[in-house]
Design a protein around this ligand. Sequence first.
Ligand code: NAD
Ligand code: AKB
Length: 325
Amino acid sequence: MSIGMDRPSGRVLVTGALGQIGTELVEALREKHGHKAVIATDIRESKGCQILDVMDKEGIEKLVHGENITEIYHLAALLSATGEKNPELCWKINVIGLENVISAAKKNNARLFSPSSIAVFGPDCPKIAPQITPLNPTTVYGKTKVVGEQLAITSGIDMRGIRYPGLISYKAPAGGGTTDYAVEIFHAALENGHYDCFVREDTRLPMMYMDDAIRATLELMDFPLEDLSEARGGYNISGCSFTAKALVESIQRHLPHFTCTFNPDIRQTYADSWPDEIQDDVAYNEWGWKANFDLDKIVDDMLENLKISERVATRSSGGSGDGSF
Ligand code: NAD
Ligand code: AKB
């Protein structure tokens, strides 16, 4: 069977399922396909998730064949900050791990979603990044994502990706990236009323709410392959762009006493090498991508949901929350 031909649908595999994206993507996929049709895996152990190390090529092939997997969402990776601390391991997990998954997908004629990132861009990219531009990332993480996009086109399988911006969500912690400050800040604001931010206040990066990212992923995977161009290795998609200072000010609309200090560390250099904004006209024209969440809407939803989780946690531990939002 060749690339893009109709195939009988089997089960869905998610690698790296316990991470920031996997936690919500598995929920969405189970809602769409039914609980049993979706096999969640990770190198870590948790209820409802099988152990699968993406470095275990045979193990992946056995699972993909044995469970009749016809769609894979490959989320296992090291992110930018963790990756720069251990570049060899980052290369191994992000590139060799991906090659292992591609090999298994190929043998079972499975479709593959493998995320890319705004980290594919380097300092020579225009501050508003177009879809097509030279990709010269300075981080190892970014380089692994460029390889991933190239493999999407050369692998000979139906493989697609999105250059996710920094993702903001409340259901799972951020996993060791440069954009983690935009998630940590909400927890710190509610728990301590203060956050010590590791990038400068004028740092402006492309960001996106997880609801938009999950919807983009499902929409892209639902689209007929023949209608997608070679941008399918990693589509630019835009959510909203804002500075760290603007994020603080938006949080202060709800928590006027919240304070934030700015003490840049090494992650500032990764942030400075990435664009401020993303041009997503290609994704819009090819498969109709459009984001729903702007900064204030993200902040409203994050604080409301974190407050709810806090209240539930307080109730189940027998305490009394203040109940206000
Ligand atoms: P995450 O760090 O939160 O989750 C990654 C998961 O992979 C973790 O649960 C980890 O235990 C697992 N893992 C690590 N090594 C593994 C191995 N050898 N075998 C199996 N599992 C392993 O990451 P995430 O934020 O969910 O990101 C998922 C994907 O999306 C990655 O490819 C990442 O580069 C990409 N991405 C994420 C963001 C973001 O802001 N979250 C932005 C751009 C791109
Ligand atoms: C990171 O900061 O490493 C990720 C990403 C933008 O790829 N959030």
